[in-house]
Ligand binder design. Structure first.
Ligand SMILES: Nc1ncnc2c1ncn2[C@@H]1O[C@H](COP(=O)(O)OP(=O)(O)O)[C@@H](O)[C@H]1O
Ligand SMILES: [Mg+2]
Length: 252
């Protein structure tokens, strides 16, 4: 049975894309069959795996029934990717006003879901129609968070959105999988960094995952090399940390 995980935070630059890609390849290293879905119009995940964003055909076409979801899935080094393109943004309102609207992704995944052990969704930095689609299609939500100024901005709104989706029966079985710190070594020893971690633990208790992702240049470099971190630098802290996170997620 497949598990659908959304990587969500309305803030940009908190490592949503890095986490989606690296967790996906960590699961693949464990022998799991993985699909990554890029729902961000910036198409960073798509480009990170070496696919040029295509305006004539991308996941927004599947949302609008211009094609099947399998038409916009490509295999890259053992992992399947449903790729994005910049046209997601201009089509946002069309998607929102289409008949299936917020439940379209769940319906698209119904037919392909069973091919995969894990489906990971990289969300845009907003709580718009694509993120709502991701939340409705998911079993669990994971929130990457940087221990930086304004880290909490938008987070309560996001937790409220999850509650609404559950309480209004849009996806009653949706669970908060947890929050994890990214790019952590940068601020780990500062008073601000420690305060933010403490605040997260007070508010979310054991939903703050044990694994924190350390700042690691390999995670940054592998994007430019169009390689996943397990191909580019398998012994790096980045590869190790995302493997620990993947294990923590599997065992939770
Ligand atoms: N642990 C890390 N160590 C070093 N750089 C990182 C790490 N995590 C992410 N980055 C870098 O931070 C930037 C933002 O990450 P990204 O995954 O694109 O964030 P988001 O998808 O939330 O906008 C990217 O340049 C990425 O390479
Ligand atoms: Mg991103």
């Amino acid at each position: 049975m497949s598990v659908v995980l959304s990587i969500v935070n309305a803030k940009g630059g908190v490592a949503k894309t890095t986490s989606t890609q690296s967790l996906g390849y960590a699961f693949k290293e464990m022998g799991k069959k993985v699909l990554l879905i890029d729902l961000d119009a910036q198409a960073n995940l798509t480009m990170a795996v070496g696919i040029s964003p295509k305006e004539d055909l991308n996941i927004s076409d599947a949302f609008l029934d211009n094609c099947k979801i399998t038409d916009i899935i490509r295999e890259v080094n053992g992992v399947d990717i449903a790729y994005s393109g910049h046209s997601l943004i201009s089509r946002e309102s069309e998607v929102a006003h289409s008949v299936a609207g917020a439940v379209k992704l769940r319906s698209l995944l119904k037919k392909t879901k069973d091919k995969y052990d894990f489906i990971l969704i990289d969300c845009p930095p907003s709580l718009g129609i694509y993120t709502v689609n991701a939340l409705i299609a998911s079993d669990k939500v994971y929130i990457p968070m940087a221990a930086e100024p304004f880290a909490w901005n938008g987070l309560n709104k996001m937790l409220e959105t999850i509650d609404i989706i559950v309480e209004e029966d849009l996806n009653p079985s949706l669970k908060l999988g947890g929050l994890f710190f990214t790019n952590h070594s940068k601020n780990a020893q500062t008073i601000l960094g420690k305060t933010i971690v403490k605040e997260a633990q007070e508010q979310l208790g054991d939903k703050v995952l044990k694994t924190a992702i350390r700042t690691n240049v390999a995670l940054h470099e592998c994007i430019v090399m169009n390689q996943d971190v397990y191909t580019y630098a398998p012994e790096s802290n980045g590869a190790r940390d995302y493997k620990s996170l993947a294990l923590e997620i599997i065992n939770s």
